[in-house]
Design a protein around this ligand. Sequence first.
Ligand SMILES: Nc1ncnc2c1ncn2[C@@H]1O[C@H](COP(=O)(O)OP(=O)(O)OP(=O)(O)O)[C@@H](O)[C@H]1O
Length: 308
Amino acid sequence: MTDSLPPAIAIRNLTKVYKGGKRALDGINLSIPRGQIYGLLGPNGAGKSTTINILAGMVNKTEGSVSIWGFDIDVNPRNAKNSIGIVPQEIVFDPFFTPFETLENQAGFYGVPKDKRRSMELLRAVHLEDKANAYARTLSGGMKRRLLVAKAMVHSPPILVLDEPTAGVDVQLRQQLWEYVRELNALGVTIVLTTHYLEEAEQLCDRIGIINHGKVITDKPTRELLAMAQEKVVQVTVDRDVTLVPDAPCFEKIELTGERTLTITYLKDRANAGQVLSAVQASGLAIVDVVTRDPDLEDVFLNLTAAA
Ligand SMILES: Nc1ncnc2c1ncn2[C@@H]1O[C@H](COP(=O)(O)OP(=O)(O)OP(=O)(O)O)[C@@H](O)[C@H]1O
């Protein structure tokens, strides 16, 4: 259906060299599909904020091209800007405006006519309607962050970008924020987010790009990325204290993690849980309990970023 349309965001050969010579982005290529929740991940200093700040028009690129909703940021900067809402990492507000005024001012800045503004609706969506007329400086950190999300949506952009939106926000508010992000996505808004919470990215994102040292090291649907994880772990409780840790060719690693508990790692393309358990039994131990753990995004992330 959307195949003939350009991607929500197309980044080609994007390079950023800061003054002083730091090469923060080194020729990245990314195509972020319309309608998805896309996670941009990477260790500290990888270049995530630089990428987002270029999308936001806050940092100038050195080389390469960027299109937002089909608009090249050099050729059509105004349309590109109108197609995207950005929630920055830093919380910056004029503390003397109320949340309602903050949204009205932002709508004015984007030229949204008075009868098309939806400041109260947005405040309701981020659970801040009772703070509509409080001073922004009296809001808690989590409330300010939610106000930033509402502020990014005043011009109803088809793409919402959130840079570390849940840093410093407690679990309950994080869940509320993600709920709102999911609602927006269900209404057709393409979401791009960076986060350090890999578990959240795993649950929330349809697709994940990982950057490291200014280069894209992977860009895949989340389920494909998870399938890349080779290591599986099985924890076996046996019927007596282990004096000699068994060994077998199908074990990648075996550790004694309790007097009667063995934690065994195996590679899923070389062995299966049945072989691992048989090898334990063959060593003369009887198994009384088994717990398996599936690899998660954290395993994949650590493997990929450690290699670079
Ligand atoms: N204004 C700047 N001037 C010089 N170097 C910069 C500037 N901003 C960022 N850098 C450097 O560019 C690199 C990429 O930084 P960036 O903030 O994009 O990383 P990040 O992936 O967002 O990291 P984090 O997860 O810590 O926010 C880092 O080495 C950083 O020190």
